[in-house]
Design a protein around this ligand. Structure first.
Ligand SMILES: [Zn+2]
Length: 103
């Protein structure tokens, strides 16, 4: 999976196209990500005594990983990563500025 938790990503398609956000969760098996502030849905909850009150909560919904692109923390541009093996460890490299992207 080329996108990891806590990465900054940019949405490249859909309703939130152009927005940036931090990855909160990645589900590699499903190819889905949850991004802070992106793809917000409103869910209404019924009260569960002792757990929560009834109400409407806005939360980011999972979305397809192909809809986002990793933003390089070094040059601040959305890009595709390339991989390099450093001392036996696979690292992600920005294709534009060649910076190593933290894992
Ligand atoms: Zn870069």
């Amino acid at each position: 999976m080329h996108i990891h938790k806590n990465d900054l990503v940019k949405v490249i398609t859909g309703r939130d196209s152009g927005k940036k956000g931090k990855v909160l969760r990645v589900i590699p098996s499903a190819g889905r990500v949850q991004v802070e502030g992106i793809n917000i849905v409103k869910r209404s909850f019924k009260a569960r005594p002792g757990v929560r009150q009834a109400g409407i909560v806005s939360m980011p919904a999972m979305m397809n990983i192909s809809k986002v692109q990793l933003v390089c923390p070094s040059c601040n541009k959305p890009m595709r990563v390339t991989y390099q093996i450093n001392n036996g460890v696979k690292v992600r490299i920005c294709r534009l500025c060649k910076a190593t992207i933290s894992q």
